[in-house]
Write a protein that binds this ligand. Structure first.
Ligand code: NDP
Length: 312
């Protein structure tokens, strides 16, 4: 049986701060948006604990609770929030065709991509178990909880250097775990960490295990040249080995950089395809904050509204 086709004005793909903010604006503008949540409803914030840097929450808020608030606010103005994963798109036709869960076919006048990015992880069992209990992939989000304490960070790119420097401002000591004898980061960022007396770089070092039952109490690392094993007494363990934008299904249509981040026309959320807009971490590898994602979500809804008005 051929799938049933639904026609929508604004289809929003993804349910992080960018997607829900786009939904709030699109719904209030009378565009009857439909939002598909994706496989992790609420996005990356649902795997963090306290969010203390989102304006408007003076006492902080738990990440999952904040995303519930976003969803309720979007639904209050009539957004249809649905659980489902977009599995295929065709942006070469107007209206744009989007398939959800390989079953539902949607024809959308405008599409707002807010599929976000996912942090890469080392893949250790202890890393998964202690995630949110001392293990984090975001120093800016969680560094504050380790004020005055000793922490470790894995990675040797610009993000790891930037986050190590950020942590050094807050923490007592930062071990930087680098798997090779050189860093990938730009020279200037490397110099910054090497010249910081609070940062100790452990070259040729890999993490065997993160230690602790209910919270991080240390990390066991091994030097991959000398095979020397050591335990670092740390209470925070940060992973900064890159992010992966969740943009794979759009790659045949949408212009992206080499890492898969969607290219938008500067100062807007417009992509190379008319009527398709991108916001949040799917197009931003630099700021990656809830509040910046929400800001670009608002921009995407306004861009979609103006686009639809220009077609009338
Ligand atoms: P990168 O891909 O540049 O670096 C990832 C780092 O993680 C590499 O050092 C890599 O090691 C290491 N790594 C990967 N997998 C593992 C693993 N399993 N175990 C241990 N280490 C691992 O990611 P970034 O997030 O740092 O940067 C992404 C992009 O964003 C870059 O283009 C960067 O320049 C840019 N950026 C720019 C900033 C700025 O200009 N202010 C700030 C932040 C990011 P190896 O080198 O051995 O492969």
């Amino acid at each position: 049986m051929a799938p049933e086709i639904e026609k929508v004005k604004v289809l929003i793909i993804g349910s992080g701060p960018a997607g829900y903010t786009a939904a709030i604006y699109a719904a209030r503008a009378g565009m009857n948006p439909v939002l598909y949540t994706g496989g992790q409803p609420g996005g990356q914030l649902t795997i963090t604990t306290d969010v203390e840097n989102y304006p408007g929450y003076p006492d902080g808020i738990m990440g999952p609770e904040m995303m519930e608030d976003f969803r309720k606010q979007a639904e209050r103005f009539g957004t249809k929030v649905r659980y489902g994963l977009v599995t295929k798109v065709n942006f070469n036709v107007q209206p744009h065709q989007v398939i959800v869960d390989d079953q539902v076919e949607i024809h959308a006048d405008t599409v707002i991509i807010s599929t976000g990015a996912s942090a890469k992880w080392l893949g250790l069992e202890s890393e998964e178990r202690l995630n949110g209990k001392g293990v984090s992939a975001c120093a800016v989000c969680d560094g504050f909880f380790f004020k005055g304490q000793d922490v470790a960070i894995v990675g040797a790119g610009d993000t790891a250097c930037e986050e190590a420097s950020y942590l050094a401002n807050i923490c007592n000591k930062v071990y930087m775990i680098v798997r090779r004898d050189e860093m990938r980061a730009s020279q200037i960022m490397q110099k910054r960490v090497m010249n910081n007396p609070k940062i100790e770089i452990l070259w040729n070092t890999e993490t065997e295990e993160i230690l602790g039952d209910d919270e991080v109490i240390g990390a066991r690392v091994v030097n991959n040249v000398t095979k020397e094993v050591k335990e670092l007494a740390v209470s925070g363990f940060f992973v900064a080995i890159g992010h992966e934008p969740n943009t794979g299904i759009f790659k045949d249509f949408i212009n992206m950089d080499d890492s898969g981040y969607i290219k938008t026309i500067p100062g807007s959320t417009k992509t190379n395809i008319e009527g398709v807009f991108a916001c949040g971490d799917a197009q931003d590898h630099i700021y990656r904050q809830a509040v910046t994602a929400a800001g670009t979500g608002c921009m995407a809804a306004l861009d979609a509204e103006r686009y639809l008005a220009s077609k009338e």
